[in-house]
Structures are given as C-alpha cells and as structure tokens.
Design a protein around this ligand. Sequence first.
Ligand SMILES: NC(=O)c1ccc[n+]([C@@H]2O[C@H](COP(=O)([O-])OP(=O)(O)OC[C@H]3O[C@@H](n4cnc5c(N)ncnc54)[C@H](OP(=O)(O)O)[C@@H]3O)[C@@H](O)[C@H]2O)c1
Length: 326
Amino acid sequence: MRQVNIGLLGCGTVGQGFVRLIERERERIRVRDGVDLRVRRILVRDIQKERTGIDRSLLTTNAIEVIDDCDLLVELIGGVHSAGAYVRRALRDGRDVVTANKALLAESGRELFAAASASGARIGFEASVCGGIPIIRAIERGLAGDSIESLTGILNGTCNYILTRMEERGLDFATALRLAQDRGFAEADSTLDVTGMDALQKLQILAELAFGSSHVRTKVHGIDDISRQEIEQARSRRCVVRHVATARRLPGGAELRVERRELPESHPLASVRDENNAVIIRAKAVGEMLFVGKGAGSLPTAAAVLSDVIEISRAEARVYTGENLT
Ligand SMILES: NC(=O)c1ccc[n+]([C@@H]2O[C@H](COP(=O)([O-])OP(=O)(O)OC[C@H]3O[C@@H](n4cnc5c(N)ncnc54)[C@H](OP(=O)(O)O)[C@@H]3O)[C@@H](O)[C@H]2O)c1
C-alpha cells in the first residue's frame, strides 16, 4: 500500500468538498487503487473561519510548509499570482500537481507543463474545464486513437443559468444575473462569465488538447447585451438561445468561437438547462459524442480533482481482471 501525503492549497468550496470526498472514499480507493491518500496540511488565509467537518489542526497560513512537506500538491486557491508561484515551486522540485485553476492554465499552461516535463512531475487538471464531467480524460486518453474535428459546448454554467431563467421566467438579464448570484452560481464580479472570457479560456484548454495547434483564430461575444425580446423571438420560432463555444480544426490551425446561438428545441444543447455544462465532440472515426453534467459545485468539482489525484498516485495502471464478473 502506497501512502501519498497531499498538500492542499485552499479550503473553500472545492477544497472542503475534496477533503470530505477523500474521507468518504478513502477505504474504497485503498482497496481498488492500492493507495492511501492523506491530506497532510491545508493552506488558507484565515484559520479562524468556520469550516464544518475540517480538522483545524491541519490548517496553516504557511504555504512553504504545505508545499515542501507533501508528495503531491492540490491547488484550489484560484487566481494566477500566488497560485502560480506555489505551483511553480512544487513543479521545480519534481512534485506532482493537481489543479482546478483554468485561469492559471490559460495564462501560463505552456510554461507550467514545460517545468513539469523538466523535473519529471505531472500535472492533473481535469477539474479546470466542465467541473465533474471527465472531458479532459475523454479527449486526452479515450479519443487518443481518433482525430477530433470539432468541439461544441456549453462551458459556462453561470451564462446557461441566466439564459434558462430568462427563458422560463421571462426575466431580464440583470434580474437573472442577480438570481444567479443569490443562488451562488455567479461570482460577485461576473465579468469573466458574462463576457464569454471564461468560456473562451476553457475552450482554449480543450482545443489545445484536441488539436494542439498554435495558429488559432478567436471570436468572443458574451451574453451581457441580451434582451428579453431576443429570447422571446427565438421561442416564437420554437428555438432557444444558448451561449455556445465552438472549436473547429482548420488546415494548419483552429478556429475558436464563443457566441450566442439560436438552436432548435430538438438540438442536444437546447435541453441543457440551469448551471449544467455539455460538450459535443465530433471525431473522424467515432462520429458524434455528447457529454453532459454538472460543470461546477463543491462535490462534482472535487470528484474530478480526486480522480486526477488517484490516477497520478497509482504506482501502476490498474489491470482489469474481470474477477467480479461471475
Ligand atoms: N467553485 C466551483 O464550482 C469551481 C468549479 C471548477 C473550478 N473551480 C476552480 O477551483 C478553484 C477554487 O475555487 P473555489 O470556488 O473553491 O474558491 P473559494 O471558495 O474562493 O476558496 C478559495 C480558498 O483558497 C484560500 N485562498 C485564496 N487565496 C489564498 C492565498 N493567497 N493564500 C492562502 N489561501 C488562499 C481561501 O482561504 P480562506 O478560506 O481562508 O479565505 C479559500 O479557502 C479556482 O481555481 C476555481 O476556478 C471552482
């Protein structure tokens, strides 16, 4: 049994979900994957903050203590400055890193992967796009034998929540946004979400994995100028408005677009409601595949983080023996 000491940066929405999930799943992971996962230290800003069910003796405000005393670092503080510095330090020393931080990857992904490759460390980032939906793994591993032609999806749960509230309740944009903020689906500063930049960052990560191309054309249009009339007119044509991100392979490059689209009610993305995410992958051999599910939230996102931790921690790939089939 291999023991893996985890240094956790951040104990907010996803961090607390991660600690709870490890406690709940530890025994199953020990038996199934042969690793004993332990959260050794947790970095926070405020040790006195109420965190139900979290062992306060694990908390610290000393980042170096957390990073230098772990086998694997889980970064869940968000932002690019402190998070970037901590991740770089861990990678420099050859420590594996798992992160849910799409902003950091969008800004410094190439540099961080180069640092990881130089020191022999690995980076897991399944949770950075579409929360609990295993879309990174699907593109990186599941479809490694096929050639992806396009990705089309709803990558921002806040925008989708706003659009479906406008559609179902006849709300205007500002009221639907306030509702999303009251329900905890939107940040107090939701600029990145409603301008489409958050969806573009996620699309860039997926496109890089799928196409690996450096010549990329982008076009972004948010939902912040949408009117009730636009939604009603779409309804009168038996259509819905969705904020759709599309990446298409082009000769020698790729085109990335994030924009509002009017979709017929029968379109697979039309039935994706509320804060859910979805991605349609079109690949040459397999054809079209649809992934849909929770794109954010404490436990769904934590589950994606934990799956990376397990995969990196397993000494060897698990071999399926079929033992339980009889
Ligand atoms: N929330 C989601 O559903 C979701 C989904 C997908 C991806 N993500 C990503 O997951 C990451 C974490 O998100 P979250 O929603 O869990 O954030 P959060 O609730 O704001 O939690 C952030 C945590 O990090 C700590 N922290 C922040 N800056 C710090 C610093 N400079 N030094 C030490 N501690 C610091 C905070 O400490 P205190 O508690 O003491 O303030 C808090 O515990 C982000 O990258 C986010 O984009 C989140």
